[in-house]
Write a protein that binds this ligand. Structure first.
Ligand SMILES: Cc1ncc(COP(=O)(O)O)c(C=O)c1O
Length: 454
């Protein structure tokens, strides 16, 4: 049984029910299961109003890197907010933005030299899509008004980002009359990430996939402004891990057909996949790179779209040339958020953050190997600090009836046992802060096994 909430939360939850509208939520769900009041964050834990402490097993939507309330991030926030909280970024500049590009640039592929700020992952993607389209136009390519994207992808919730995502997955198909023209390409899941892999016929399937990528570009390449992908793992699409060889083929085909490659590392960046960026593992550099979530270590909203000098050069001209990139948000390059991002990157330089990610990878592999032995689990797999598997009905071996909302119920029961692990559909996964002690991952696996048995 969950611990009871203090009495003052009765009125607060009534207020929530009366006036709030939560993201990605059918609000009727909260009639039976009200939102969970959180009153604090400490390291890899969230502190609930009922006095319980839960492991933030999904890093609060994949944002938190070094733990909640990290003193270096908090003090950077306080210092910067007191000095210069915010200033418009059109026609002005400031130290935190300059320090941030100085710290971040050496960690990125060397061809990415220009940073454009916005506020969240969706806008980082919007910026990349608009930049790609405009750059193509301004280099004289008029016929490129379409985009290419992977099936199963997710790039955010603004209309441009929805247009290049997999509509069916997020019930966003109803917006299709409003969306960009997008051609979609399938890539296979990579069985080599599975802990009990079946590799029979894999080289042939991989080669067939590479051929499909080539055929896709032969058919559509001349009309595409850009191709967008989440490198190596489609996170919101259900932690679909896909082969680096396919990313290499995408890069080669983009080059061959004059298409810009946009890599969306909003979820995968900052060590999640074991390397600073996921694309490093394929040896691929994009033309445009989207970063957010972990950029500020999970403390404040901020995002960046990085571009090559070649793309930037297509926007250069006289003030009246009409070539400028006319896009911006009120909070573009918010100094406080930039200062926190600098503090987060300083931790990468001064503390063994990527080594912690390696330790987490080992713990995750062990935990998901244990989980894989349970009859309610299939396809356990790991990439860097991300472990995932598919939930099935152990009696039939098939997916649970969606009406039963097994994943949601598992999530709510796990909270009562000290774990935040909220499945995406039938994908159960852990994606904790990089600072999580490995022993906590073993505990989380024990908790999940007990719940699956219970
Ligand atoms: C790969 C990817 N791109 C973009 C987004 C959108 O980011 P935001 O929710 O900050 O708009 C997400 C969010 O989960 C994401 O996973």
């Amino acid at each position: 049984m969950p611990s009871p909430l203090p009495p003052d939360w009765t009125d607060r939850l009534a207020l929530d029910r009366a006036h709030l509208w939560h993201p990605f939520t059918q609000m009727k769900v909260h009639e039976a299961d009200p939102p969970v009041p959180v009153i604090g964050g400490e390291g890899c834990d969230l502190l609930l109003a009922n006095g319980e402490r839960v492991l933030d097993g999904i890093s609060s939507w994949w944002t938190c890197l070094h733990g909640h309330g990290h003193p270096r991030l908090v003090s950077a926030l306080e210092r910067q907010a007191a000095k210069l909280d915010h200033v418009m970024f059109a026609g002005f500049t400031h130290e935190p933005a300059l320090e941030l590009v100085t710290r971040l640039r050496p960690k990125l592929p060397a061809n990415l030299t220009r940073a454009f700020f916005s506020d969240n992952g969706s806008t980082a993607v919007e910026v990349a899509l608009k930049m790609a389209f405009q750059a193509q136009l301004q280099r004289g390519e008029n016929g490129r008004a379409r985009f290419g994207a992977l099936r199963g992808g997710y790039h955010g919730d603004t209309l441009g980002a929805v247009g290049v995502g997999e509509l069916e997955n997020f019930m966003t198909g109803l917006f299709s009359p409003l969306l960009l023209a997008c051609e979609r390409l399938d890539v296979p899941e990579d069985p080599r990430r599975e802990l009990q892999p079946d590799l029979s016929g894999w080289p042939e399937r991989l080669e067939a996939s590479r051929q499909q990528i080539r055929a896709f570009f032969t058919e559509h390449g001349a009309r595409l402004a850009a191709f967008i992908a989440e490198p190596l793992i489609q996170c919101a699409g259900g932690m679909r891990m896909w082969p680096p060889e396919c990313l290499q083929e995408l890069r080669a085909q983009c080059d061959a057909h004059g298409v810009y490659l946009i890599l969306d590392e909003v979820a995968t960046g900052f060590g999640r996949t074991g390397t600073f960026l996921a694309c490093e593992q394929a040896g691929v550099a994009p033309d445009l790179l989207c970063l957010s979530k972990g950029l500020t270590g999970g403390t404040l909203p901020l995002s960046m779209t990085w571009a090559t000098e070649a793309i930037y050069s297509h926007f250069w001209g006289e003030p009246t040339s009409g070539r400028a990139f006319l896009h911006g948000h009120s909070y573009t390059a918010n100094p406080t958020a930039c200062a926190v991002a600098c503090a987060s990157l300083a931790l990468f330089d001064e503390e063994p953050v990527l080594a912690q990610a390696q330790a987490l990878n080992a713990a995750m592999t062990e935990a998901f190997t244990t989980l894989a032995s349970h009859p309610a689990i299939r396809q356990a797999r790991v990439l860097g600090t991300i472990g995932a598997c598919r939930l099935v009905d152990p009696k039939t071996g098939r997916a649970h009836d969606p009406e039963a909302r097994f994943g949601w119920r598992l999530h709510r029961r796990a909270l009562d046992q000290g774990l935040l692990a909220r499945p995406i559909g039938d994908c159960l996964y852990l994606l904790p802060p990089l600072s999580t002690p490995p022993a906590r991952i073993a505990e989380a696996a024990e908790t999940l096994l007990a719940l699956l048995n219970g």
